[in-house]
Ligand binder design. Sequence first.
Ligand SMILES: C[S@@+](CC[C@H](N)C(=O)[O-])C[C@H]1O[C@@H](n2cnc3c(N)ncnc32)[C@H](O)[C@@H]1O
Length: 319
Amino acid sequence: MTLGLVTDEPRHAPVLFNEALGFMRPGVHWDGTLGLGGHAIGYLNKFPDSHLVGSDADLQMLALAKEALKNAQCLARTTLLHGNYSEIEPEANLKYDSILLDLGISSLHLDSLPRGITYRFDQPLDMRLNTQNGEPLSTWLNRASEYEIRSVIHRYGEEPAAPRIAREIIKERENKPIETTFHLTSIIRRALPPSRTAQRGHVERHPEVRTYQAFRIHTNSELEHLEKALHRIPDFLQEGGRLIIISFHSLEDRLVKNHFRSLERIAVSDPLAKSNWKQGQFQVLTPKPIVPAKDEIELNPRSRSAKMRVLEKRGENHV
Ligand SMILES: C[S@@+](CC[C@H](N)C(=O)[O-])C[C@H]1O[C@@H](n2cnc3c(N)ncnc32)[C@H](O)[C@@H]1O
């Protein structure tokens, strides 16, 4: 398989590595966002008798993870699967001792894979993690309404200039379809007020970043998959098993926080009950999200927006 990397050496620094490993349990662990396998190899090294199920939506990432697991001599204790974490089913009756979802994209998607996820290289505007499913961003961008484009940029990018950017995209595509990253960047920059595009030291060197993030989240239905997974994955845990989620966007973190809370307490409909709530089968182990220490952010600035939350499935006796 040719991987078509833009740079030679695939790299991704696993975020909150020690913190996440601290919550993982020996036995069978599912890494639903395997990436380059950094957390997964950490798990297999920490628990030499444990087994890993590793999956990723991106086939190229899966091939690279396989190589990394082989080099780390961990492949024999690994089952690899291709697919979306919101859709993958555990093997019959298998329950996991821990599960990790480290959301979003790998540094490799930004630095090496030619998917048009980054504004840094001139590439076709695809943005899909799973190139076997869905449609490239360019197809959607050349047919969506102004309202749809504006809503995506506003909601997922929290971009104040969303209406101007959407209008400029519609105007431009009447002349020429928008197919590449550099073309998209030039449109966004034209739409932004001069105060955002003028060279002003390090403040907004890349004012297009919010729009790119929004289009990537939209193209991969990232929030929809997370929401679906939150309703399914806690049931895949063994008693005492833990679900660890690392998110990078406030909308993702809010979904995780609210869903974890809703699993802790169950509404009681009995009018004679002492309380309207009873303890559910799950407990949140992180009342506040765990965030990277200053040192990690200095070493890996991409970790700065990470938030980790952990849910544990309790034994029957706790219910
Ligand atoms: C932040 S990286 C994971 C990095 C990994 N923990 C490591 O240490 O190398 C996120 C990975 O999840 C994958 N991914 C994102 N959304 C996904 C989804 N809905 N289903 C499956 N994989 C997904 C991406 O392709 C990417 O490889």
